[in-house]
Structure formats: structure tokens, C-alpha cells
Design a protein around this ligand. Structure first.
Ligand code: ATP
Length: 356
């Protein structure tokens, strides 16, 4: 149970007939880095903007540090938001952009400048104080936007895909920087992204959203290793998802590959389930190699082999069932070729039964 700093209860938002947030309840701890993850349109930004106060809360409530935000306008909430497009003032220098908030909060010019310089140093941009936004790279502008957001010392920083406009390499570097900045400041971060890797790299916990709901919340390992739904298993990482039905003797039948196998569950006959197999738990063997006791196997016809740098993926088909296996490129060398009949094998303990 999370010691709640931000407490969201029953939060609901409709746009006409469309339910953008569907009775969301979640607790976020002080100093936590929470990622809101999901595909386009699932409600991530709407949830973030409800916390920020840019959207009227029609049903439910958001409490921060014990205080209801329901009737508090955005500028009086103890939060600050960083957007994807930086939103720096183009006609102001870096220093003036960052000191703008403290000045508005009533600080005199000298204090505001000191606070701004501190914030700029924190994000490694102190020496750029007299530049204008159009004289900075995208990554530098994003650092200034961060400095501006932390200058006001908000209790909570809300980040709406702040790295979305950066190229991959810079994005990866900024992910590490943001994470260490958050740890140094001990500030609570709520971060919107549709990039699962970004969420896994940075967040303490990830809330996976679908159609206005949080489907699962947990740390990266929990979400990856023990997804509570097919949707989550499919969204985080690569997955083999086999449609199965429970037979009278409790085993699972997958019609596409025409197999019947045993799996741990306590479900009724005829229940439709998804059997999850992560690609990295599959071993590929010669079709006639002896099968160990605790292993399950499917005959598979190799269709494609894809080298993706640190890993190699083998795409195959077992009758109507598509399958993918993956192993580290530096590990076992493969001698299998497209068109070859092989055996895809996995330990019973590595398959998971998902009921929704
Ligand atoms: P993205 O990753 O594309 O930004 P998202 O998960 O952040 O998506 P939201 O922006 O929260 O999604 O939108 C959730 C749903 O609400 C979408 O179906 C969207 O079309 C709808 N929506 C958002 N803002 C409005 C609005 N102002 N008027 C009407 N519908 C809206």
C-alpha cells in the first residue's frame, strides 16, 4: 500500500458522450516517479491535466498533500508542468525564462535570478543563461524548460511526453538525466509517455492505461513478469499470446497450433484464456531432440530471422499460430534457416495463463 501524497479518487471526465477518464483511483507516494503509459487516446494527458488543473474535475477528486484540488485553479496548485514543446518564451533570455516564475511568485529581481541560476546549474545549463531559445538545441531547450519548472519548487512535477521531440540518442541520455534529477530533488514526478522502454528506464511504478482506466500499476518487473491482462502483456515487451480454451481435464487447447498442454490454473472448463510466452523463454531445438520432463514443445516452421543488434529474433509458425523466440546475439549461435522445421520449447514454469 502506497503512502499517499497524491490521492486520486474516482476521477471521471467526459467529452460529450466519450468517457476519457473512467472512475480512476490511484495513490502516488511522495518522491515517487510514476509513469502513465498507454497508446494514443487512452487518457494519459487528460489525467495529467486534471492533476495540473487545466481540466475541470466533474466527478471525483485529486488531493495533494492532504488538500483537495477540486476548486483550486491551476496557478494555485503545488504543481508545475513540462510539455513536449518546451513552451519557452522566445523573446526572453534563458535566465529571464527561468526567473519568470519566481518573479511572478513575488521574489525580487536579485532573488529570482539567484533561484534561476541555481535551477539552471541543476540541469547543467548555467553557462547558457544569456542565450535565447532559438540559439539552443532541442535537448538544451528541454533542460531550460525543466529548470523553469523546478525553479518554482513545486511539490509535484507533471511531465507530458517531455522527451518526445528529441532524437533517440539524446532522448536516452535525457531519460537518465531526468531520473537522476528527480532522485536528487526528491520531487514527485508524474510522467506521460507512450514509450514502454522510457517508462521502464525511468519510473518507480508504471500505470498502464487503456480506454480511460488504469489496467495495472506496479514496478517495471511486476508489469513485465506478471501482467494481469493480455492488453498489458501485449503493450509491455514482446509477447507470444496464444488463444486457448480450458478442456474438461483442465489442460489448455490452442486450436491454431492444434496442441493440448498442461498449465497451472484453477479455471472452469470452456474458459477462454490467453497463454503468454515471452520470446526470451523459448529455446529452439532440432525437431527430434529429446524433450525434458518439465518442458513443453511446439513444432515450428522458421519464417524469418531478424538481427536487432543485441538480440536475434526468430519468427516461426506452428500451423496457424505465429511465434517469436529471441536470444542474445552474443549467446548461442543459431544454425537455423528460414524454411526449416524446428522445435520451440519452453519450461512449464515460464508460461502464464491470463484470464482477461
Ligand atoms: P496521446 O498519447 O495521443 O496524447 P492520450 O492518452 O494522452 O493520447 P488524451 O489526450 O488524454 O489521450 O485523450 C483521451 C481521449 O479524450 C481521446 O479519445 C481524445 O480524443 C479525447 N479528448 C481529449 N481532449 C478532448 C477535448 N478537448 N474534446 C474532446 N475530446 C477530447
Amino acid at each position: 500500500m502506497v503512502n499517499s501524497f497524491i490521492s486520486i479518487r474516482n476521477l471521471t471526465k467526459r467529452y460529450g458522450g466519450h468517457l476519457a477518464l473512467d472512475h480512476i483511483s490511484v495513490d502516488i507516494a511522495e518522491g515517487e516517479f510514476l509513469a502513465l503509459l498507454g497508446p494514443s487516446g487512452c487518457g494519459k494527458t487528460t489525467l495529467l491535466r486534471s492533476i495540473a488543473g487545466f481540466i475541470d474535475i466533474e466527478e471525483g477528486d485529486v488531493c495533494i498533500d492532504g488538500n483537495s484540488m477540486k476548486h483550486l485553479p491551476a496557478n494555485r496548485r503545488p504543481v508545475n508542468t513540462v510539455f513536449q514543446n518546451y513552451a519557452l518564451f522566445p523573446h526572453l533570455s534563458v535566465l529571464d525564462n527561468v526567473s519568470y516564475g519566481p518573479r511572478r511568485a513575488g521574489k525580487n529581481k536579485s532573488d529570482a535570478c539567484n533561484i534561476a541560476m541555481d535551477s539552471l546549474e541543476t540541469v547543467g545549463m548555467g553557462s547558457f543563461f544569456d542565450r535565447f531559445p532559438n540559439q539552443l538545441s532541442g535537448g538544451q531547450q528541454q533542460r531550460v524548460a525543466l529548470a523553469r519548472a523546478i525553479a518554482n519548487k513545486p511539490k509535484v512535477l507533471l511531465l507530458d511526453e517531455p522527451l518526445g521531440a528529441l532524437d533517440l540518442k539524446l532522448r536516452k541520455r535525457m531519460q537518465m538525466e531526468l531520473k537522476s534529477l528527480q532522485q536528487r530533488l526528491g520531487m514527485t514526478f508524474v510522467f506521460v509517455t507512450h514509450d514502454q522502454e522510457e517508462a521502464l528506464v525511468m519510473a518507480d511504478r508504471i500505470a498502464v492505461m487503456d480506454a480511460g482506466k488504469i489496467v495495472q500499476i506496479g514496478n517495471g518487473e511486476e508489469i513485465y513478469n506478471a501482467p494481469n491482462a493480455r492488453y498489458v502483456a501485449d503493450f509491455i515487451g514482446d509477447a507470444n499470446l496464444l488463444d486457448c480454451v480450458v478442456a474438461a481435464d483442465g489442460s489448455l487447447i490452442n486450436t491454431a497450433a492444434n496442441i493440448k498442454f498442461h498449465a497451472e490454473h484453477d479455471l472452469m472448463e470452456n474458459t477462454q484464456v490467453t497463454y503468454l510466452l515471452r520470446p526470451e523463454v523459448i529455446q529452439i531445438s532440432d525437431i527430434d531432440a529429446p524433450l525434458k520432463n518439465d518442458m513443453l514443445a511446439l513444432p515450428a516452421l522458421v519464417e524469418r530471422i531478424m538481427f536487432v543488434g543485441n538480440a536475434t529474433r526468430i519468427y516461426a509458425r506452428s500451423k496457424g499460430q505465429e511465434l517469436v523466440a529471441q536470444y542474445p546475439s552474443s549467446g548461442q549461435k543459431h544454425f537455423y534457416q528460414p524454411g526449416q522445421e524446428v522445435s520451440f520449447r519452453w519450461s512449464r514454469a515460464n508460461g502464464q495463463v491470463l484470464t482477461r
